[in-house]
Design a protein around this ligand. Structure first.
Ligand SMILES: *Cc1c(COP(=O)(O)O)cnc(C)c1O
Length: 393
């Protein structure tokens, strides 16, 4: 190891540890379920995963993955434009476009690479991108890869967005980018008003629906929930969260998808998803197409969980979705609370500065369709005891 590099790495890590920002890796000793095993302790109630519908270990998905491994093998063997496009990728893209009511779709290896793929590919130095200040890291990186000018507007603030639109009249194209559901507060972007503004100023709209996919609009996402899917030009979905597997996709017009197949760099230069992954995703979408029972169960559990927390006197912030923050404020108290919760048999993680603003530390909880009523009742008891033990109540 190069001594200069090693010295730099060690000092960076030490700095994180001094600031209490160093994160130990959590290791699950079994599948991501409603109850999980950590450090030899089974039965810990899992409120920290994005496996909203419990699809990550659904028997239909597991069976589809096994069957596809037998038929197509473990890997795709090349990038999509060489020999990596298997019939099953094309089938999935057709299925996703039909599910989303769009002309076409294109699948990427992850939600992260979908953002890296689409944003720099559809904008250039003559353009302006208007982006919400709380947008996800992968949007931020996608915007950095673009040559377009960047304007950050205040979180879900339409007048701040309009100011940006007024100030960018000289741009060749304008692209507004927002999360559909924001992952730290669980609030929803005001898409109907955003779409109206976009029309008035001739701007395109892109919604990153990583936390809306499988959750909002009976699973079809936030744009569908609001009935504005025809007016949202680019919908990004993830296949890694509620869908339970791994991947991301762009849904939109035929021209958009055509252009991405020619220019989007993660599509051109990073290997295609393995067939077992694709088959499991198809099984998940098939379940969602059939009925909304899993999504309904998720929302039912979320309502029970939220009202239970409120009943105990917790502040759940501005959440409108299953993502339920328990607002604490002080960073050190939030960290203490997280440890007390784990002692009580609940995994829910503290989110602190710099991920959220200083003094806005919270415990983020994500109830899911896989939780039983008993899991949630037990977890509420644990929250009460943990809060008492750290002096919150
Ligand atoms: C999680 C997330 C992503 C990344 O999705 P992956 O499939 O996990 O790479 C992108 N955008 C948003 C808003 C997210 O929350």
């Amino acid at each position: 190891m190069n001594a200069t590099l090693n010295g730099w790495l060690t000092s960076q890590i030490d700095k994180l540890k001094e600031q209490s920002l160093y994160k130990e890796q959590l290791v699950l000793e079994g599948p991501c379920n409603n109850r999980i095993t950590i450090a030899g302790r089974p039965g810990i109630i899992n409120l920290a995963s994005n496996n909203y519908l419990g699809l990550a270990n659904h028997p239909k998905l597991v069976a589809a993955a096994c069957e596809a491994a037998g038929k197509w093998g473990a890997g795709a063997g090349a990038v999509r434009p060489i020999t990596g496009t298997l019939q099953i990728h094309v089938d999935l893209e057709k299925q996703l476009a039909a599910f989303k009511h769009t002309e076409a779709s294109l699948v990427f290896q992850s939600g992260f690479t979908s953002n890296a793929g689409v944003i720099p590919t559809i904008t250039d130095e003559n353009d302006v991108i208007l982006t919400d200040e709380l947008n996800h890291a992968s949007i931020i990186d996608g915007v950095r890869l673009s040559k377009a000018q960047r304007k950050i507007y205040k979180h879900c603030d339409l007048s701040s967005l309009e100011e940006g639109l007024k100030a960018s009249a000289a741009a060749a194209k304008r692209l507004i980018i927002t999360d559909g559901v924001f992952s730290m507060d669980g609030d929803i972007a005001p898409l109907p008003d955003m779409v109206k503004l976009a029309k008035a100023y001739d701007a395109a709209v892109m919604v990153d629906d990583a936390h809306g996919s499988g959750v909002m609009g009976g699973g079809r996402g936030t744009a569908y929930h609001f009935g504005v899917h025809e007016d949202v030009d680019i919908q990004l979905g993830t296949l890694s969260k509620a869908v339970g597997v791994m991947g991301g996709y762009i849904a939109g017009s035929r021209a958009l998808i055509d252009w991405l197949t020619q220019r989007a760099r993660p599509f051109l230069f990073s290997t295609a998803q393995p067939a077992p992954v694709v088959a499991a995703i198809m099984a998940a979408i098939e379940l969602m197409e059939k009925d909304t029972s899993l999504t309904d169960k998720l929302w039912e559990n979320a309502a029970f969980w939220k009202s239970g927390l409120k009943g105990l006197g917790f502040d759940t912030g501005v959440s409108e979705t299953p993502i339920t923050p328990v607002m604490i404020g002080d960073e050190a108290t939030a960290m203490k609370f997280q440890r007390a919760l784990l002692n009580e048999g609940v995994l829910a993680l503290a989110i602190v500065y710099p991920t959220v603003a200083a003094g806005k530390a919270r415990i983020r909880t994500m109830p899911s369709a896989m939780h039983s009523r008993e899991d949630l009742v037990d977890a509420l008891g644990a929250f009460k005891r943990a809060a008492e033990s750290v002096g919150l109540f």
